[in-house]
Design a protein around this ligand. Structure first.
Ligand code: XMP
Length: 325
């Protein structure tokens, strides 16, 4: 499948152009959908969030959003999806707590590709089950963007968890499929989505699952989530939020010796990764001020349970990749 961006579609670089695009899409969506219902897997990422906001504007409660919490989201993410879409935009939102289901399936699995496959397959299972409970759905909305079409033949980012089963047999609604990421962000901003949703850093489909290296355990996953939250908070406070392309923490599956209250400990370590990149094919390491790093180390070791050591990864891509697995 190859679809080309229409030549008449001007590059959306400002609010006025975004408003024009939104008005046109609202009309098109209404014409396509009529009074039928549309289903959307809403992860809280930029693309699906912008599609949700567009559809809410166009068809309100005819849109049914399903947010699957697979337990691998960052701290505060499911809460933000509920706050923005259910509380503020009054969307028809189904929240699925599938945490135990995912973590049970992932228990003992250390191969990175197997982990990704399980997360992807389980996501589709959960979503299909939710879809089966609903009646009268004819359309499936997707946050496909133009690079997805260019790079992977129309399939939403090939290693994304968001790919949905064709056998669901829905007609697709893909209102941002000819937009580049920066354009999607401008549209999202005009639709009233919060900055931290619209300008958020890249986040892998399998989420924190690839940062809890090896076989995922609940205690290490919690250490990844809590240390990531501290890193993000400190980067935001210190003006690095919009400046660094991608930053996160990783917890490897082995312990090291530490010392606490005069006693030796055997605890996890947190690795900080902060890189700059244009398109993720190569990356350089951000120079974080030593005083800030020091402060983050103190906070992580004091506040995150079961951690006695923090490291900073100085490896560029290549030779390392951005994620650890
Ligand atoms: P690597 O680790 O290959 O990462 O240098 C390059 C970019 O891709 C993201 N990434 C993923 N994104 N599903 C995704 O949707 C994945 O399985 C996945 N693995 C890596 C990574 O965060 C970085 O931005």
């Amino acid at each position: 499948m190859s679809e080309k961006r229409p030549e008449t579609l001007e590059r959306i670089t400002n609010e006025a152009l975004a408003t024009k695009f939104i008005d046109e899409q609202v009309k098109e969506i209404r014409a396509q959908v009529g009074d039928k219902k549309v289903l959307l897997a809403l992860s809280g990422g930029v693309d699906s969030s912008v599609v949700a906001a567009l559809l809410i504007k166009a068809i309100g409660k005819q849109l049914v959003c399903v947010h699957v919490n697979h337990g691998l989201l960052r701290k505060g993410e499911p809460e933000q999806v509920i706050e923005v879409f259910k509380n503020q935009m009054d969307a028809n939102l189904i929240y699925v707590d599938a945490v135990d289901r995912f973590l049970d399936k992932l228990a003992g699995i250390s191969d990175p590709e197997k982990k990704r496959k399980i997360i992807g397959a389980e996501f589709i299972n959960v979503f299909a089950e939710e879809a089966a409970k609903l009646e009268g759905i004819q359309f499936l909305a997707q946050g496909t963007i133009y690079p997805d079409i260019l790079e992977s033949d129309g399939v939403k980012a090939h290693h994304n968890v968001g790919g949905l089963p064709e056998e669901l047999n829905f007609e697709l609604v893909e209102p941002v499929k000819f937009l580049y990421k920066d354009e999607v962000r401008v549209v999202g901003k005009v639709l009233g989505l919060p900055d931290n949703m619209v300008y958020r850093q890249p986040f892998p489909g399998p989420g924190l699952g690839v940062r809890c290296v090896g076989a995922i355990t609940r205690d290490r996953l919690e250490a990844v989530r809590e240390s990531d939250a501290i890193l993000r908070e400190e980067f935001a406070k210190n003006g690095l939020e919009g400046k660094v392309w991608q930053y996160f923490t990783v917890v490897p599956p082995f312990t090291s010796t530490g010392i606490k209250d005069g006693k030796r400990t055997d605890d996890w370590m947190v690795i900080i990764r902060a890189v700059n990149s244009v398109d993720a094919t190569s990356a350089t390491v951000e120079e974080i001020p030593y005083s800030l790093l020091n402060h983050i180390v103190k906070r992580i070791t004091a506040e995150v349970k079961g951690v006695n050591r923090v490291l900073y990864d100085l490896s560029p891509k290549p030779v390392a990749t951005i994620e650890f697995e």
